[in-house]
Design a protein. Structure first.
Length: 161
C-alpha cells in the first residue's frame, strides 16, 4: 500500500511539474510575440525609490507600448539635482513616444531584458528604461535619469491574446 501511494505521488508530481514547465514555455512565446510586435501593458504594483521604503500601489499606474510607442505616467520619489521649473511636474510622463527597443532573452536567468530611451515630457530630459520580464509575467522596471536619483518599480505584464 505504501509503495502504491509513493508511486501515485511521484506520478502526480511529474504531471504537475510538466504542466508548470509547459506554462512557462507558453508564456515565453507570448512574451516574445508581444515584444516583437511592440504591444504590451504593465501594471505597476510597487514603487521602489533608492534609499527609501517601497510603496505599494493600487495598480493606478502603467506602462503601455503600442506599435513601439510608449505612453506612461509614473510617480517619482527621489532626489533631484535642481528644483523643478514652475508648472513642471516631478512625475515621469511620456505620451505616444516612438522608442527603439533592444530586446534579448537571458537564457541563464530565464527572463526577457528590454532596454530603450525616451524623453520625459515634463523635464524634457532623457530617461533610460531597463525592464526585466520573468516567465510568470512579473516585471522589474528601472529608470535612470540625468539630474535625478534612479528609481525602480515592480509590475505585472498583462497577457494579451
Amino acid at each position: 500500500m505504501a509503495k502504491l501511494r509513493r508511486t501515485i505521488t511521484i506520478l502526480l508530481s511529474l504531471v504537475m511539474t510538466a504542466s508548470l514547465f509547459g506554462q512557462e514555455i507558453d508564456n515565453k512565446k507570448k512574451i516574445d510575440k508581444m515584444l516583437e510586435l511592440g504591444f504590451f501593458e504593465m501594471e505597476i504594483t510597487k514603487i521602489r525609490p533608492i534609499g527609501l521604503p517601497g510603496r505599494n500601489t493600487r495598480m493606478e499606474f502603467d506602462i503601455t507600448m503600442k506599435d513601439h510607442c510608449l505612453t506612461t505616467e509614473l510617480p517619482y520619489i527621489g532626489k533631484l539635482d535642481s528644483a523643478p521649473m514652475p508648472g513642471q511636474e516631478i512625475r515621469v510622463e511620456m505620451e505616444n513616444q516612438k522608442v527603439d527597443m533592444q530586446v534579448k532573452y537571458n537564457e541563464k536567468r530565464e527572463r526577457h531584458e528590454v532596454r530603450f530611451r525616451a524623453k520625459d515630457d515634463n523635464s524634457h530630459n532623457s530617461v533610460d528604461f531597463f525592464i526585466e520580464i520573468f516567465g510568470n509575467g512579473s516585471c522589474m522596471i528601472r529608470l535612470s535619469f540625468v539630474g535625478r536619483d534612479p528609481i525602480s518599480y515592480d509590475g505585472q505584464l498583462k497577457f494579451v491574446e
